[in-house]
Design a protein around this ligand. Structure first.
Ligand SMILES: Nc1nc2c(c(=O)[nH]1)N[C@H]1C(S)=C(S)[C@@H](COP(=O)(O)O)O[C@H]1N2
Ligand SMILES: [Mo]
Length: 618
C-alpha cells in the first residue's frame, strides 16, 4: 500500500513541478499563458449559464476561489493517477501527462498565440522528466524491499558478483551492498569496480538518475569511512559482528544491515519527492509573485491624476443616507463593491498600452489614447451597478460615484451607421458585452469611466477605463478594461454571456432587498426599523411597501431622491409584537410599475420576486 502512495506522491510532485516551472516562464511570456490560467479560463468559458448561475448564487464573489479548489482537487487526483500508472519501462503515466500538456498548449495557442504554448510545453517536459526519475526511484525501492534479504546476503557473501545473480532491477541496489562489504574485504577501489560492473550489467543502471548514482557513490564512501572508523579488520563479514562490545555501538550504515538497501532507496526516493515538491512550490509561488510584480500597474494607478469634472459637484443630500444600523450605506466604498468577472488574474493594463478603438459600422474609425482624454470634458455621476446574477435578496449590487467621459460624444465622432443597433464592447482579454446603441446615445449618462468614488478605477474594477451605463445589468454594459467599441447589429454579433444562453438584452429589473432585520434574526420588542434598499436604474424608485405577516401593504419612508440612476434606501418603523414574523417588501418604479411577485431565477435576464424574511421578536 505504501508503495502506491509513493507512486502517487511522485505523480503529484511531478505535476506540481510542471505547473511551477510553467508559472516562472509565464511570468515572462504573460501570466495568462500559465497552464492554470489557460485551463481555468477554458473551464469558465465553457461553464453553461445555469451552472455559472448556481456557482455565483452559491459561492458569490468567491466563485473563482471555488473554481481553483475544484481544479486543484481534479489535478491532484489526475496527477496521482499518472504516478500510479507510470512504469520505469513503460511510460504510461508520462503519455497521459504529455497528452494533457499538448491539449493545454493547443488551447493556450488558440487563446493567446504561438508563444503562449511555451510555459506549458517546457513545464510538462520538466514534469515528465521528474516523473521518470522518481518512478525509477520508487521501483528501485520496491525491488530493494522485495529482494532485500536475498540481496544483502548474496551481496555480503559474494561481494559485487552476487548482484549479477540478483533480479535485474535490484542489481544496482545489490551493487551498493556488495561494494560496501567488498570494500571491507578488499580494497575500496576494487569494490567500486565490481559495483560499477554490477551497475553496468544492469539495464537499471542506465535508467538510474545521475543523482541516485551520486547518492550511491556517497553511500559507498560513507560505508567505507564508517567501516574504517570502527577499525574493522579485513575478513570480517558483517560489521555488526566485528564491533567490539565494550564500546557504544555506532549506528551501522543502512546499506550495511539487512534491508539496508531498501532504506537507502527509500531515502533517495523521499529526498527526490521532497526536493521536487519543494522546487515546485518555490517555482509556483515565486513565478506568480514575479509575474504580478512585472505587470503590476498599482504604482502607475496611484500616480494617475483624475480629470476635474465639469458642472456643479455632486452634492449628497444628508437624507440620501438614512444611516441606520444594519442598512447598506447609500454609497458603496470601493473596497466593499461587489466584483464579478471572468478573470482569474486581473488584467494589468497600463495607460501607456490602453486605447479605445471605435470601429465597425461607423463613418470613421477613431482611436482614443489616454493622453487624448485630457482634451475632453469629464463628468461625474452617481450610478448603481447591478449584476444579472444577483438573486432576490442578494448583494451583487453597489452604488458609486463614477467619473468619466460621455460615450454618446465619442460615438458621435465616429458616426454610427443608421442601421447599426448594438455596440459590442471588448475588454483587453477578449470578454464582450452587447449594449443597445440606443442606450448609449439616448442622452442617459453612459460613461467611459476612469474614476470611482474619487479614485482612479481599482484594478479589479477595470483600471484604467471601463463602461458604466445606467439602467443595464453589468453583463451587457459595464465592460471593464475596455479597449474597443465595435458598432454592429444584434443579428450579426453575440456577446460573451449571450453565447452562454443569457439574454442579449439586460435592462435592470425593479428590485428591493430587506437589509435589517436580518433573516432569522432575534430582535427585542419595541420599535423595529425594517429597512433596505430598492432600485430601478434609469426609471427611479417611486415607492416601497412592506407587508407584515400577510397584512396590508404599508408605505415605507424613502431616503432622498438623488438620481433615477441610483438606488434608494427605505425604512418602515414597526411596533413589534413578540413572536415570529414574516416581512415582504416590494418597490414601485418611477413609471408607476410595481415590482412583480412572480418568482424567476436569474437566467436568462435577471431574477424576479419579492424579498421575504422571517425574524423573531422577543
Ligand atoms: N472585462 C470584463 N468586464 C466585465 C465583466 C467581465 O467578466 N469581464 N463582467 C461584467 C459583469 S457580469 C458585471 S455585473 C460587472 C461587475 O462590475 P464590478 O466587478 O466592477 O462590480 O462587470 C462587467 N464587466
Ligand atoms: Mo454580472
Amino acid at each position: 500500500m505504501a508503495r502506491l502512495w509513493y507512486r502517487m506522491a511522485a505523480g503529484i510532485v511531478s505535476a506540481g513541478l510542471a505547473l511551477g516551472v510553467a508559472e516562472v516562464l509565464a511570468a515572462f511570456v504573460g501570466s495568462e499563458t500559465a497552464p492554470v490560467q489557460v485551463l481555468g479560463s477554458t473551464v469558465i468559458d465553457h461553464t453553461p449559464g445555469g451552472l455559472r448561475e448556481w456557482a455565483i448564487q452559491t459561492f458569490g464573489t468567491s466563485d473563482k476561489m471555488v473554481l481553483y479548489l475544484c481544479m486543484a482537487v481534479v489535478a491532484i487526483l489526475l496527477a496521482a493517477f499518472i504516478g500510479v500508472v507510470e512504469r520505469g519501462n513503460r511510460a504510461i503515466g508520462s503519455s497521459v501527462f504529455a497528452v494533457f500538456g499538448v491539449v493545454t498548449a493547443v488551447i493556450a495557442v488558440e487563446q493567446h498565440g504561438v508563444s503562449a504554448a511555451f510555459p506549458t510545453v517546457v513545464g510538462v517536459a520538466v514534469g515528465i522528466y521528474a516523473l521518470r526519475v522518481l518512478t525509477r526511484r520508487v521501483e528501485a525501492y520496491e525491488d530493494a524491499v522485495s529482494d532485500g534479504g536475498v540481496a544483502s546476503v548474496s551481496g555480503a557473501g559474494e561481494a559485487g558478483r552476487g548482484s549479477l545473480g540478483a533480479g535485474e532491477s535490484s542489481a544496482a541496489a545489490v551493487g551498493v551492498v556488495g561494494t560496501s562489504v567488498s570494500g571491507v574485504g578488499d580494497s575500496a577501489g576494487r569494490g567500486d569496480t565490481s559495483a560499477n560492473r554490477a551497475r553496468a550489467d544492469s539495464p537499471e543502471a542506465w535508467a538510474d538518475p545521475p543523482e541516485a548514482r551520486a547518492d550511491a557513490a556517497r553511500a559507498r564512501a560513507d560505508s567505507v569511512e564508517a567501516v574504517e572508523g570502527d577499525r574493522l579488520t579485513p575478513g570480517d563479514r558483517t560489521p555488526a559482528s566485528s564491533v567490539s562490545t565494550d564500546r557504544p555501538q555506532p549506528t551501522p550504515h543502512p546499506a550495511l544491515v539487512p534491508n539496508g538497501a531498501s532504506a537507502l532507496r527509500r531515502r533517495q526516493l523521499l529526498r527526490g519527492v521532497a526536493i521536487t515538491g519543494g522546487v515546485a512550490l518555490v517555482a509556483g509561488f515565486g513565478g506568480r509573485l514575479l509575474g504580478s510584480r512585472r505587470a503590476d500597474v498599482s504604482g502607475e494607478r496611484a500616480a494617475v491624476q483624475l480629470p476635474e469634472p465639469v458642472g456643479p459637484p455632486i452634492s449628497l443630500a444628508p437624507e440620501a443616507d438614512l444611516r441606520l444600523p444594519g442598512l447598506t450605506p447609500y454609497l458603496t466604498r470601493n473596497a466593499d463593491f461587489y466584483r464579478i468577472d471572468t478573470e482569474l488574474i486581473v488584467p494589468q493594463l497600463s495607460i501607456e498600452d490602453w486605447s479605445l478603438r471605435i470601429h465597425g459600422m461607423v463613418d470613421r474609425e477613431i482611436v482614443i489614447r489616454w493622453a487624448d482624454l485630457a482634451n475632453r470634458q469629464a463628468i461625474e455621476r452617481l450610478v448603481t451597478l447591478a449584476c444579472v446574477s444577483n438573486s432576490v435578496g442578494g448583494d451583487l449590487i453597489g452604488n458609486a460615484m463614477w467619473r468619466g467621459y460621455r460615450l454618446d460624444e465619442m460615438l458621435a465622432e465616429a458616426g454610427p451607421h443608421p442601421d447599426a443597433d448594438m455596440v459590442l464592447s471588448h475588454s483587453v482579454d477578449g470578454w464582450t458585452a452587447s449594449t443597445p446603441l440606443s442606450a448609449l446615445t439616448d442622452g442617459r449618462d453612459a460613461l467611459l469611466a476612469v474614476g470611482m468614488n474619487g479614485e482612479p478605477l481599482p484594478v479589479s474594477h477595470g483600471y484604467p477605463a471601463r463602461m458604466v451605463v445606467p439602467g443595464l445589468y453589468g453583463y451587457v454594459s459595464a465592460t471593464k478594461w475596455v479597449t474597443e467599441l465595435e458598432v454592429t447589429r444584434f443579428d450579426r454579433a453575440m456577446a460573451y454571456w449571450t453565447k452562454r444562453w443569457w439574454s442579449p438584452y439586460g435592462p435592470v429589473k425593479t428590485g428591493t432587498r430587506i437589509d435589517t432585520p436580518r433573516a432569522n434574526a432575534k430582535v427585542s420588542k419595541g420599535t423595529v426599523a425594517i429597512a433596505g434598499v430598492a432600485w430601478a436604474q434609469h426609471r427611479g424608485i417611486g415607492a416601497v411597501e412592506v407587508r407584515i405577516d400577510g397584512g396590508p401593504w404599508q408605505q415605507a419612508k424613502l431616503s432622498a431622491d438623488q438620481s433615477i440612476d441610483t438606488w434608494r434606501q427605505w425604512v418602515f418603523e414597526w411596533n413589534a409584537t413578540p413572536g415570529s414574523h414574516t416581512v415582504i417588501a416590494r418597490a414601485t418604479d418611477g413609471t408607476g410599475a410595481i415590482q412583480t411577485a412572480d418568482r424567476a431565477g436569474a437566467l436568462p435576464d435577471g431574477a424576479t420576486g419579492h424579498h421575504e424574511i422571517t425574524f423573531t421578536v422577543r
